[in-house]
Ligand binder design. Structure first.
Ligand code: HEM
Length: 161
């Protein structure tokens, strides 16, 4: 049983992420219309020094009814002796490689490398800030893409599911 396995000591500072989270967020970018989304996130572990991460989102209307599936991402948050490393992949043909910093209940990630398939949109940099806020998981993602400088694309506040 995964839940019974002890957390690897390297994961101590980010162990609070383990579990499932659910809630709503908002998104936008200069080149697109603003939107609201619903999100489910799961962090799990098997005793080794990484968290497995999975996220699903749906665009929602003003009454929070689902309109359609939107961004998905999955990957691994690796707690190494030299700090946090994160790899995430997207169905849009993008792979993000992050270097992270953990300070108390705040986690900052900045892209080291972004790889894209031939047909993927041009995304050149991302920054993510995750924080524990009154027991919730709050985050903000900034993105440089399609010729625009680094700026907000998404933010959300998720509660334990
Ligand atoms: C996971 C939550 C996310 C949601 C809900 C989301 C939602 C959206 C939506 C609704 C659009 C407008 C076009 C469309 O409907 O496809 C869009 C555009 C876009 N998103 Fe996201 N997104 C997410 C994450 C990301 C991430 C992590 C990246 C970068 C790796 C990204 C990169 C882009 C790009 C490049 C565009 C196109 C901008 C343009 O062509 O002008 N998105 N996103």
């Amino acid at each position: 049983m995964e839940r019974m396995t002890d957390l690897h000591p390297n994961l101590e500072s980010i162990g609070w992420l383990v579990g499932s989270w659910w809630g709503f967020g908002v998104g936008g970018y200069p080149t697109i219309d603003g939107f609201r989304f619903e999100q489910e996130v799961t962090f799990s572990h098997d005793g080794r020094p990484f968290l497995a991460y999975e996220s699903k989102t749906w665009l929602v209307d003003d009454d929070t009814n689902r309109i359609r599936p939107s961004g998905r991402e999955s990957g691994f948050w690796r707690a190494t002796d030299q700090g946090l490393e994160v790899v995430l992949s997207h169905p849009t043909g993008i792979v993000e490689v992050y270097v992270g910093e953990v300070a108390f209940s705040k986690i900052e990630l900045a892209t080291d490398v972004i790889a894209r398939t031939q047909t993927a949109k041009e995304v050149t940099a991302l920054k993510r800030l995750y924080g524990r806020v009154e027991g919730d998981l709050a985050y903000a993602i900034d993105m440089a893409a399609v010729g625009q400088p680094l700026q907000s694309h998404l933010s959300a506040r998720l509660q334990p599911a």
